[in-house]
Structure formats: structure tokens, C-alpha cells
Ligand binder design. Structure first.
Ligand SMILES: Cc1ncc(COP(=O)(O)O)c(C=O)c1O
Length: 404
């Protein structure tokens, strides 16, 4: 049988990111059955860790098996019923994903948009909420496609005043910058494993509050083979079985509803990733991301590159760099950087495709030596491609801002 050859890489994309070896180690343990009491203890412990990670007291804080869009689809598909008005502020590609998911759930979607690279004013969003009175407002906190952090701390209050529900995609911002679910009155939030938490993709932490639970339970349906007397047979029910939060909540609770076969190994990885993050301390973790982001911006600028919309609501975990004109759409350079130098960065989508590269500084990769390596390798590749950069100035600027 052929060997599986996995060469070393420096992954500097906005997900997936490099994984802490302690997470990989945790995932190499033996499989446990999903109802083994030792495993259900780990489930309970993992739920407690998820609560802390989202700064919430929500009892329903558990992971969904699948990448982050599975979490988004579970949340949106469980709260949005056919014909419901849904307001979605769009600042990039993942706003469009929310539209896609809400439409697939039968929602009547209304949008407010701005140019990619900008954020929306909270007052403008609040005015639309008051005007439309939607049942659900779904928005993206960290818009990875444009590198923008959408302010949303005042949206939850406005949504609650009209009796609606605020759903937030915190996939990329989670564990890299504050996501204060209770303080911001977010009704349901979806985080990401393979981004600032640095856990392999395939599991997604989510949280939702009791009023959200009450609303989705109006459409609860437990499949016949595992139904019990207290499970009413609703006429209107959530259409997905796998991503039905009402059944998942019953699996992640003392009822231990026999729903799916849990990916126990992914839960070990998530549990370890969360333990490591909380041991570091959330504030320290956020500060680490910000400090590296500022130093990297300085380093790249001193090399001779331009940061896209610098200072304008930048995400501290995604650096957007304008592609030098001589490199066309930047795709050939990006491929060369990976093949010749083992470094992976990302392009973008839509109107920003061919204009910017996106450099992810998320979780485990975010430390000085990785960044120094990255700047040096990027500079070497740019010089190879005929772009005149000042490597010495780039490294010096990084070091100076990092040490300040
Ligand atoms: C903001 C945001 N939302 C949603 C997703 C989708 O996540 P996944 O690819 O894990 O399904 C991503 C992934 O890049 C993202 O950055």
C-alpha cells in the first residue's frame, strides 16, 4: 500500500489552522461508545467549557458534528420556518451563506448590504429591525472573506425589543476576539473549531438560550423509533433530521436521546482545544491575536506591501494584503509560495478575488517565530517572483511593534 505522505506546511490561511500537538494527541486515544458513562462525563465537561468560551450561562451549549456551516445550518434551519421574515446584513461572502441557509429553510429574506471591505453602521441595522420586525436577524461577526469585524453589541437589544431572535456567525472571531453572547443578548451563536480554536474541522461549538429553545421546540419532532410518550407529534416540524437542534439538545442532556453516532474522537479534540484556550485565558488569547496582527501589518507594510483598508474594523485574525500589480490575480504566486516554500495563504471571493490575499493568524500559529518565518519566506517568494521587497525592513518593523 502506498504511504500517505503529509509534508510540513506553514498554514497561514483563515482556516484551517495548525493544530496544537496536544489536541492531536487527545484525538489519537481509543474510541469510546457515545453512551459510555465515562464519555458522557466528557460531554458534560465539554459543555461547561463551551459555555465559558462563549461567555454565557446558556445550558444549551454543545457541539454539532460537521464543519461550521453544519452549526449554522442547524441553528438557522431550526429557528426559521417557511414564510418567516429574516433580516440579514451582508458585508461579504458569509453573509451570502446566511441568506442561502435561510432561503433553503423557507425564510422570506431581506438584506442590507455594503461594499465588501466595509462594515454596516449598527444604527442602520437597528432602523431596519424596527421597520421590518423580522422573526430572525442573522449576521456575521467576523467576515473572513473581507477581514472585517462587524460591530454588533447593540443589535441583540433591538431584536429582543421586537420579540425576534438574533443568530450570529462567530465562526472566525470565536476565541480570537471577544464574543460576549450574554452581554450582547445573542440568542444563538455558532463558533468555529478549525479557526482560532485550532482544532481539526469536523465539529462546531454552538450555544443558544432558553427563549430560543422554547421557540424551536414548537417544531420538535423525535423520530418514531426513539419517540417516548411525552414527544408530541407536531404538524409543523424542523425538516432536517441530522441538524435538528431539538433532537440534538436531547442527546446533549440527561435524556441522552439516541439520535446520531457521536464523533467521540472529535469531542476529545474539542475538549482539549478548549481546555488549552481557557488555560491560556481568554483575555490573554485575544491580546495575543491583536498584538501579532499589529506587528504583522507593520512588517508587511515595511516589506513594501499595502494592507487593504487598514484600520477600518479589521479582524485581528485575518490580514488582507493588496496583491502587487505585477502579479496579476496573485494565483500563480500563491501556488508557488505553497509548492516552493511550504506556506499557504488564501485568495478571496467575489469583488475582492484577484485584488487581495488573506493571511490568517489564528490560534496555535499565532506566535513570534511562526510570524518571523512567514515574513521571511513570503519576502523570499516575492523576490523570486520579481517583486522588490525590503526583507530587512519587514523583519525589523515586525520585531519592533511586537516588542513594544
Ligand atoms: C465567517 C465564516 N462563516 C462560515 C464559514 C463556513 O465554515 P465551514 O467551512 O467550517 O463550514 C466560514 C469558513 O471559512 C467562515 O469564515
Amino acid at each position: 500500500m502506498a504511504d500517505l505522505q503529509i509534508n510540513r506546511r506553514l498554514i497561514m490561511t483563515p482556516g484551517p489552522t495548525l493544530v496544537d500537538p496536544r489536541v492531536s494527541q487527545a484525538m489519537s486515544n481509543q474510541i469510546w461508545g457515545q453512551f459510555d458513562p465515562d464519555f458522557t462525563d466528557i460531554m458534560d465537561q465539554t459543555m461547561a467549557l463551551i459555555r465559558k468560551s462563549f461567555s454565557t450561562n446558556n445550558r444549551f451549549s454543545f457541539p454539532i458534528d460537521g464543519s461550521s456551516r453544519a452549526g449554522l445550518e442547524a441553528v438557522i434551519g431550526s429557528i426559521v420556518e417557511p414564510g418567516d421574515d429574516v433580516l440579514i446584513p451582508i458585508i461579504g461572502r458569509f453573509g451570502d451563506l446566511a441568506v442561502e441557509l435561510a432561503q433553503r429553510a423557507g425564510g422570506n429574506v431581506h438584506t442590507i448590504e455594503t461594499d465588501w471591505g466595509q462594515v454596516l453602521d449598527q444604527d442602520q441595522i437597528i432602523a431596519e429591525i424596527k421597520r421590518l420586525k423580522p422573526k430572525v436577524v442573522a449576521m456575521v461577526h467576523g467576515e473572513t472573506s473581507t477581514g472585517r469585524l462587524q460591530p454588533l453589541d447593540r443589535i441583540g437589544k433591538a431584536v429582543r425589543q421586537i420579540g425576534g431572535f438574533l443568530v450570529v456567525d462567530c465562526v472566525a472571531s470565536y476565541m480570537g476576539t471577544p464574543v460576549l453572547v450574554d452581554d450582547w443578548q445573542i440568542d444563538a451563536a455558532v463558533g468555529g473549531a478549525q479557526k482560532c480554536l485550532s482544532v481539526p474541522a469536523g465539529i462546531t461549538p454552538i450555544t443558544f438560550n432558553d427563549r430560543f429553545a422554547e421557540a424551536i421546540n414548537q417544531r420538535k419532532r423525535v423520530e418514531r423509533g426513539v419517540r417516548s410518550a411525552e414527544d408530541a407529534d407536531q404538524e409543523a416540524f424542523i425538516t432536517s433530521n441530522y441538524l435538528d437542534l431539538t433532537q440534538l439538545q436531547d442527546y446533549w442532556s440527561p435524556r441522552r436521546l439516541n439520535h446520531h453516532t457521536e464523533a467521540t474522537v472529535s469531542v476529545y479534540g474539542l475538549n482539549m482545544g478548549l481546555q488549552l484556550a481557557l488555560e491560556e485565558g481568554l483575555e490573554n488569547r485575544y491580546a495575543r491575536h491583536l498584538r501579532i496582527h499589529q506587528a504583522l501589518n507593520a512588517g508587511l507594510t515595511a516589506l513594501g506591501l499595502h494592507i487593504f483598508n487598514e484600520g477600518d474594523h479589521e479582524m485581528p485574525m485575518v490580514t488582507c494584503v493588496e496583491i502587487p500589480a505585477s502579479l496579476g490575480d496573485g494565483e500563480a504566486f500563491k501556488a508557488m509560495l505553497l509548492k516552493e516554500f511550504g506556506v499557504e495563504i488564501s485568495s478571496s471571493f467575489g469583488s475582492l478575488h484577484g485584488k487581495i490575499w488573506r493571511i490568517g493568524t489564528m490560534g496555535y500559529v499565532v506566535e513570534k517565530t511562526n510570524m518571523v518565518n512567514f515574513i521571511a519566506l513570503l519576502a523570499a517568494a516575492l523576490l523570486t517572483a520579481g517583486v522588490n521587497v525590503d526583507t530587512k525592513a519587514g523583519l525589523a518593523a515586525f520585531n519592533q511593534v511586537y516588542s513594544d
